[in-house]
Design a protein around this ligand. Structure first.
Ligand SMILES: Cc1ncc(COP(=O)(O)O)c(C=O)c1O
Length: 467
């Protein structure tokens, strides 16, 4: 029977020594969280048989892993994956600089400093209060509610809970509404930390496909109808990482099916306003049927401003406020005051973000055309990244080769609930053009090394087949 590791390895041989390639691949799976420290690896004999390699090759790969601290041999109980004592994740780049494309976030908004100064006066007016803010400052909740109304979704401030970012919002939602031992639908690909949060709260994940062209609506609807999951976590606008937006009719259909199946829709709107040139603006999901919405200031103001929110029914809000004190006792008041000030000119904030993303998108398109001409730039009407199709299952190997060149790039399977998608890579459009240019030059170098290794392997195989 195929082992979990054997399945996850996929197309692991990317040229160079076989044992080295195998050990590199296992190391990547571990660094990526796709196998966990402490997890038992298949026996040398079993893995060798599964991969059609000699036992000595697998033994050598395990030795290499062990020497680097990524495996431990325990007498009598085989080999287990491990993480080196000090985190040695960061690669050594020539000159010591590392470009980290695992992060997709624009820098701080220009008005942030001035808003922070103004927020100090607002905070002064609150200093006489106890300072705990479980549901959020009324003036901030009112502004968030007004923005929903402006987007076509009438909202009462009582339906808003202010949180410390979208991930924190998701934790509160899952603590209040999730059901350990039940299933949750997630898109494939999706935002990896959301999958981790769902798994941590005991959900089994049911992936449903999405591409830059959109959702497989029939699959999504059928999965909800047949499996009746407790939750479905969706990113309906400028989906991370594909950039797709779900049409309104599809939202209505999904909402109706979810309501009938007793599935709570949790729709992450962190990217919802990152528009560059999408030709249409749908109303928020909850305008089409019951859905809990999660939002954030992270991508429109700054990742360092830990402000997010939840929009839900009053009854759901009550449940969330009941559970929240076991998680935290409220979002910092200074951050909330800054968010209130930023709401004064949200249009300027969004326009600025849009300009930055447009420039970032052009830089990625240029970099791909220059350094990876075989890889097409997908349509990116907005959002944080380009989800590029490499044309073959090379993403993990490319990430490894990029790492050796001082570039951190998460491989496609990082965005998959089932460890697939090795033909895709997520390239953020959020970095300054000079950073993107340098990153894509390194990626191009890794790509050429990988492809020439691939070619020489095929030549070797062809030559062997010819004799
Ligand atoms: C879809 C999605 N949700 C949530 C987050 C995290 O948001 P926050 O920083 O507000 O926790 C991100 C960040 O990239 C994201 O893309």
């Amino acid at each position: 029977m195929a082992s979990r590791l054997g399945t996850q390895l996929g197309e692991w041989q990317a040229g160079g020594g076989v044992a080295q390639a195998l050990s590199d691949r296992i190391r990547m799976l571990l660094l990526d969280g796709r196998i966990t420290a402490g997890e038992r690896l298949p026996s040398e004999r079993a893995l060798a048989a599964e991969l059609g390699r000699s036992r000595a090759t697998v033994a050598r790969a395990y030795e290499l892993l062990e020497a680097a601290g990524y495996a431990e041999r325990v007498h009598g109980s085989g080999t287990r994956a491990a993480l080196p004592a000090q985190r040695v994740q960061r690669p050594a780049a020539p000159g010591g600089d590392v470009i980290d494309l695992t992060i997709a976030s624009v820098g701080s908004a220009p008005g942030l400093h001035a808003a922070t100064v103004r927020a100090l006066d607002r905070l002064a007016g609150l200093l006489g209060s106890p300072g705990y803010s479980l549901d959020g400052l009324p003036e901030l909740r009112a502004r968030i509610a007004a923005r929903y109304a402006a987007r076509g979704l009438p909202t009462d401030p009582e339906q808003i809970v202010v949180t410390s970012g979208a991930m924190h919002a998701l934790s509160i939602v899952l603590a209040a509404l999730g059901e350990r031992g039940r299933t949750a639908v997630v898109e494939q690909p999706t935002f990896p930390h959301a999958m981790e949060a769902l798994r941590r709260t005991g959900h089994r994940l049911l992936p449903t496909p999405v591409t830059p062209e959109g959702w497989d609506s029939a699959h999504l609807v059928e999965t909800i109808r047949a499996q009746r999951p407790a939750l479905a976590y969706l990113i309906a606008d400028f989906h991370n990482p594909t950039g797709a937006t779900m049409p309104e009719l599809e939202r209505a259909r999904v909402a109706a099916v979810a309501r009938a199946a007793g599935t709570t829709l949790v729709v992450d709107e962190t990217c919802a306003e990152l528009d560059i040139d999408r030709a249409w603006t749908p109303r928020p999901f909850a305008a089409h049927g019951p859905a809990v919405l999660i939002g954030s200031m992270a991508k429109i103001a700054w990742g360092g401003l830990r402000i997010g929110w939840i929009r839900a029914s009053r009854e759901q809000v009550e449940r969330m406020l009941a559970v929240r004190p076991s998680i935290d006792l409220g979002t910092p008041l200074l951050e909330q005051c800054i968010a209130v000030e930023l709401h004064d000119d949200m249009a300027a904030l969004l326009a600025h973000t849009s300009r930055r993303l447009r420039i970032g998108r052009a830089a990625v398109a240029d970099g791909l055309a220059t350094h990876l001409p075989e890889v097409a730039m997908p349509a990116v009407p907005g959002g944080l990244c380009a989800w590029v199709d490499l044309g073959g299952p090379w993403s993990t190997s490319l990430s490894l080769a990029a790492r050796d060149r001082g570039l951190l790039l998460p491989p496609g399977p990082r965005f998959s609930a089932s460890g697939v998608l090795d033909r895709y890579a997520r390239i953020p459009i959020t970095w300054e053009p000079d950073v993107t240019a340098a990153a894509l030059a390194r990626l191009g170098d890794a790509w050429r090394a990988l492809r020439s290794g691939e070619r020489s392997r095929h030549e070797r195989l062809d030559a062997a087949a010819a004799v």
